[in-house]
Design a protein around this ligand. Sequence first.
Ligand code: CP
Length: 306
Amino acid sequence: MRHLMSPLDFSVEELDTLLDLAQDIEANPEKYAHACAGKKLATLFYEPSTRTRLSHEAAMLNLGGSIMGFSSADSSSAAKGESVSDTIRTISCYADICAMRHPKEGAPMVACQHSSIPVINAGDGGHQHPTQTLTDLLTIRNVKGRLGDMTIGLCGDLKFGRTVHSLINALVRYKGIRFILISPEELRLPEYIRHDVLDRGGVPYEEVVRLEDAMPNQDILYMSWDQKERFFNKEDYVRMKDFYILDRAKMKLAPEDMYVLHPLPRVNEIAVEVDSDPRAAYFRQVQYGVYVRMALILTLLDIHVH
Ligand code: CP
């Protein structure tokens, strides 16, 4: 039985196969409409979510399966003190696969150690968000036609942003990847990723504070929002929250084929006026999130459609 805790749980070849499957699902949705008939997905969300929870549910429904779950810890027996391990043992009696989001790093890993069904990490604290990474990889591959040989700008809260951490881990496995890390000093990428992943892997990167300085040199600009719930105090959050605002004037500094991604939700960091720019790919990214999660559910359940 396979789980998904980190994007690195799949080899590059397995990821290629998964992304190919997502593209086939996009092209031929009817072929997959009953692939999961009789199967149930449980969504166990101890933290708020719009896209991740509902895209997993949409994915299972599109595959002809059923869904169940809870959308906050308060509405589950976690509020009475139930452990993650007891919860997953229970859910294993009800469902065939589950997606779990939890504020504590490592909670989905604890779940998979006590689970008899595949567990998908739907975001654990400031650690990893692997299904967002699969979505990001599919989006980058679709808009740029490749996953290597490019410069990726990562902008915003690089300290707490789990989508950024997961994406870096996944992208360093492709040839010719360079990063521009755009953040204020206080929200720099953590040392353990800069040192252990980038320096040790010989991956070129530069760190800049001004977004304008990075705009002319990127193939992809990956915006992110400040992780309000992970800041230690409100004053720091208020001071940082509008540090970056991507607007039409900044987009004029960028190449014509530089695409903007954002895992969403957006707060203020991309002006609404950018949405109509053909390089704004963040709502296409939302749609790709459904296809890639359909491909993931089929892969983890070992269901093959011919
Ligand atoms: N991208 C993402 O994780 O969005 P949600 O928090 O809405 O799930």
